[in-house]
Design a protein around this ligand. Sequence first.
Ligand SMILES: C[S@@+](CC[C@H](N)C(=O)[O-])C[C@H]1O[C@@H](n2cnc3c(N)ncnc32)[C@H](O)[C@@H]1O
Length: 330
Amino acid sequence: MAVSYDDYKYHKLASMTLSLDSITGNLPLFMGLDKKLIIDVKDIDKADFNQANFVLNGEALEVLKKLPKSIVQTVVTSPPYYGQRDYCADNQVGTEKDPEEYLNRLVDIFDEVKRVLKEDGTLWLNIGDKYIDGNLAGLPWRLAIALKQRGWILRSDIIWYKPNAMPSSVQNRPTTDHEYIFLFAKNSKYYYDADSIREPHITFSEKSKMKGGRNHLGKQGGTPEQGKNSGNSNLHQGRWDQAFHPKGRNKRTVWEVPLSKFREAHFAVFPEKLIEPCILAGCPEGSVVLDPFFGSGTTGFVSLTKGRKFIGIELNRDYCEIAIKRIFPS
Ligand SMILES: C[S@@+](CC[C@H](N)C(=O)[O-])C[C@H]1O[C@@H](n2cnc3c(N)ncnc32)[C@H](O)[C@@H]1O
């Protein structure tokens, strides 16, 4: 197979630090030859973790225990929700006899996730809740607290607001249209590129306009974002930072992202836009993003398009194939 410009461009994007090793390691993939993109857990010793960009077919805890420590910069993942779906595989997460067993199993899995993370690594964990006998179980927060007790540092609870969430027929409570994404760090000092995910400033409202005064000469009613007050020493450093950062304001904790359109034989697919900020802020170009519940491979797809590498873990072989076809379409 000839190497197209797109292959070349893609290859460059996926690996910013090109050592000779990394070029030759990618050659089979590059030339359509037989680089293994799906690796069975029993062949894990053949996996090249520096090169990455493959999915490991096996059970999350079992596979994680076989990975070397400190190889991953960030983890972006969404485990199966409790009692929600059947992913057609033995030993799947989500089918435990009660929520306690489900939470304990996830905590054990995330202990291993912590081991494979670099010391300045992070975990972005999307998790949904469940009504059990009409009573909201509170599973996201129960998991978050259990993870804190195991040494994770909880840095943010992000609300994923879904503007196109499924309507429901409930009449005695509000319809749920959000989920959580928790940002955890392994240590108090961790990699986080705030500039890569800044938001546009929002023009200040009528109420918050500058009121004028001695140091606002001639600027009554100006909004900072129109630049009318730029350079004014009357603005405190903190306020300046919030209002005027040239790359935009710091990312907020409510993320409005519609549900994904990619539904090929897989449920609960991450919207690409939902995990883009996690990958951009959590991982520098050329480093590795892990998803231990890979599903249709959205984490791998977004990681590669953003110049990062990926490692996926997925129990169901059919989903591994769907993911790899999606990530490497040719
Ligand atoms: C919510 S889906 C993840 C979807 C994914 N975020 C995407 O964008 O497609 C959860 C996935 O975890 C897989 N899974 C369930 N139990 C597992 C286990 N014990 N080990 C590894 N994967 C598992 C399921 O087969 C399913 O594909």
